[in-house]
Write a protein that binds this ligand. Structure first.
Ligand code: MN
Ligand code: MN
Length: 392
């Protein structure tokens, strides 16, 4: 057995210090190429951290006429107890049927446009068209629907419970199918024959016609519309521009209905990183929209593990553990970080150190004036959040 020839394009589990050895197979080289920090972990990785990555590409697909969906829940990623995610696409006219569930639903439109509908507990309705970069939020138990417009759409749904499954919600078709027809007749005051053709089980997603204009589709409620809008234009929100990228933060301060999910849409340009930080409120659930990145999560007591991420991957960070997200590719990384919380909060390592007596920092870490100068000038090419409080 010879060591690999120089210039070998097949990645090998070997370090330049001579540790490791060539993997002659069986192996999944495509997987190894996607996970260079798994194949050859940084020497600073140590200990036993659970898995913190799951790709939607490894999730089971549900294909219907009208669209598809797949989900990453606690089944796929057992550590993700706080939030679950669904990636869904609807054709032009495709409908995610009228339904509701016990969990709140937060959504980000990735591509295309959709029309969403909802009615609250006081009969106030909400009918709106959603475009790329827009959000919606449906409170727990509030019924709703989603329909693709002319170009169809793809979106990410996030639910405030890791056990959520979109295949296990309360659907209008399912309820009709499991209610005695004479009860339906009595409830609506029409003959039982009116229900002769109702679906015999949950419809979930189905193909329909592209709806007309939003004006033509409006239904006037005697109780008006919902007082707090169920949608928000996140991409249209003025970003916080930083040397390494940009950040748009959305939580109950600027999207008041969103009481249980807070989020940030983060842009990390090539060569930049989302700085070392942690969150003092809850776990973080991530969705990668574009680019390639790596993240090391440090959980204390000598334990740290590094993962690689790309578009369509989900990442997870346990409550209050330290992490960074570094762009490892040539394209801009866009990702969402989400929290089961009414507020987005984080603690910056740089800021902590900059605002602590520098003699103490220097003696604790055995670092010299170079690092202290950098902290004072704060000149590092990082994606940073605002230093002294956030104003929406
Ligand atoms: Mn829903
Ligand atoms: Mn974070």
């Amino acid at each position: 057995m010879n060591p690999p020839a120089k210039g070998d394009q097949i990645p090998q589990p070997m370090r330049s210090d001579g540790t490791g050895w060539v993997d002659l197979g069986p192996r999944n080289v495509m997987r190894d190429r996607q996970n260079p920090n798994m194949l050859v972990p940084p020497v600073t990785d140590a200990g036993l951290l659970p898995n913190l990555k799951f790709s939607f590409s490894d999730a089971s697909m549900t294909l219907n006429h009208g669209g598809w969906s797949r989900e990453v829940t606690i089944r796929e990623l057992p550590i993700a107890t706080t939030l679950a995610g669904v990636n869904m696409s609807l054709t032009p006219g495709g409908v995610r049927e009228l339904h509701w569930h016990q969990q709140a639903e937060w959504a980000y439109m990735l591509l295309g446009r959709a029309r969403i509908t909802s009615v609250d507990q006081r009969g106030r309705n909400f009918i709106a068209d959603i475009g790329k970069g827009d959000l919606w939020y449906f409170p727990p138990g509030i019924p709703h629907s989603i329909q693709g417009l002319e170009e169809g759409c793809e979106f990410l749904l996030v639910f405030d419970d890791g056990h959520f499954s979109d295949l296990n919600t309360l659907s209008i078709s399912d309820w009709f199918a499991h209610t005695p027809t004479d009860v339906l007749s009595a409830n609506f005051g029409v003959p039982e024959s009116a229900f002769a053709d109702i679906p015999d089980k949950q419809v979930y997603i189905y193909q329909s016609e592209v709806p007309g204009s939003i004006e033509a589709d409006q239904v006037e409620s005697p109780y008006g519309t919902v007082p707090l809008p169920f949608s928000h234009r996140l991409l249209a929100q003025r970003p916080l521009i930083t040397p390494g990228g940009s950040v748009r933060i959305v939580d109950s301060r600027n999207f008041p209905i969103s009481k249980t999910i807070a989020a940030a849409l983060v842009e990390v340009r090539p060569g930049a990183m989302r700085e070392l930080h942690w969150h003092p409120n809850n776990d973080e659930w991530q969705y990668y929209i574009s680019g390639q990145a790596r993240m090391t999560v440090f959980i204390g007591n000598g334990n740290a593990r590094t993962f690689d991420y790309q578009a369509g991957d989900v990442g997870y960070v346990p409550f209050a553990t330290g992490h960074y997200i570094q762009n490892t590719g040539t394209e801009t990384v866009w990702f969402l970080e989400m929290f089961k919380s009414d507020r987005f909060v984080d603690v910056s390592l740089n800021q902590w150190m900059a605002l602590t007596p520098h003699e103490l920092v220097a003696s604790n870490l055995c670092v010299g004036p170079e690092l202290l100068d950098a902290l004072r000038k704060d000149k590092w090419p990082v994606v940073k959040y605002p230093g002294y409080g956030y104003v929406p």
